[in-house]
Design a protein around this ligand. Sequence first.
Ligand code: PMP
Length: 400
Amino acid sequence: ASTWANVPQGPPDAILGITEAFKADTASHKINLGVGAYRDNEGKPFVLNTVREAEKRVVGKKLDKEYAPITGLANFYTAAAELAYGSNSAPIKENRLAVSQTISGTGALRVGAEFLAKFLPSKKILLPTPSWANHKAVFSAAGLEVGQYRYYDKSTISLDFDGLKADLEQAAPGTAVLLHACAHNPTGVDPTKEQWQAIFNVVKERQLFPLFDMAYQGFASGDCDRDAYAVRYFVDNGLPVALNQSFAKNMGLYGERIGAFSIVCESPEEKARVDSQLKIIVRPLYSNPPIHGARIAAEILNDAQLKQQWLGEVKSMADRMIEMRSLLREKLENLGSKKDWSHVTSQIGMFCYTGLSPEQVDRLASEFSVYGTRDGRISICGINASNVDHLAKAIFAVSG
Ligand code: PMP
């Protein structure tokens, strides 16, 4: 018998499975709202002009292809940290931020998870319900115990703030809490500034450890500083955090796998110890990160003019999504839907949690060739001026 005769068939990845079904559909009006990748108004993948320009400059330099250091390119991760924490951030100025380039946001989460599994005595992390599906997989794979805190209220299609607070107030001191910094995936529901301040107070009082996931900086409001509000509020008010960053969405560098993981430390001496452990974690995982995406991102972030232009491109992507939200809501209302669709425009970022049931999502696919995830999440990026009418009709038909 084969050595692998007893290997069981695993389930397909929920989101990639949707893309398969979409590809197999022959309808010309089919729409894929499953995957979280930005599309332009023609429904095409989009490469930013600033990325094209940076790439041209990088190639023009005829750099070598030597290995990066274990924690990546310093001119990338330094600039990445400044984008997140702000250029006046105390931990950066005081040389007490441990930071490493990572294999995009997922790699950042995994490096962070391994660090927590080794050094956080509780070995426990709480995730919002719901959260990006891969969160649980990543933290469990690193050996952490994964629990939940309430986040989303189905009945109001909004934040379950009381539930969230109550659950964090119950958490044992020393427990890590994963917080989506902005543009919560999958719900598109973010806390307000006042709610973030209240969350900060609970985290501080209960002595929980805040781990931020910021995969969408700039994608929520169109403004990278505004989207960093929660992270900066926590840090500026004296709570050490850890942070996962991804440049997949805001630079459109999905396949380049470029991100960063950082930990705010108490002193340069502590930072040095943490840095040494990050290297010990990364070395046997993948030795060192890829260089091309890091060079592109560094070129953009370190050139004042290119950076300004890039911030404008981020805003235009965010604006297009905000516009598609309005258009979708308007079309649903114009069709005569009696349902309240205000959540379509009040939610933020790449995703909309429509409130549709799994059965209604199944009907969207089978009757209208519209593909989303069965939790009712649709990717706003997949909507454009040419398909929004069909989408609105389909949602109206299945939801009444
Ligand atoms: N965190 C969240 C919440 C996400 O939605 C994503 C991407 N879907 C990621 C992290 C990581 O993505 P990547 O590894 O492509 O940067």
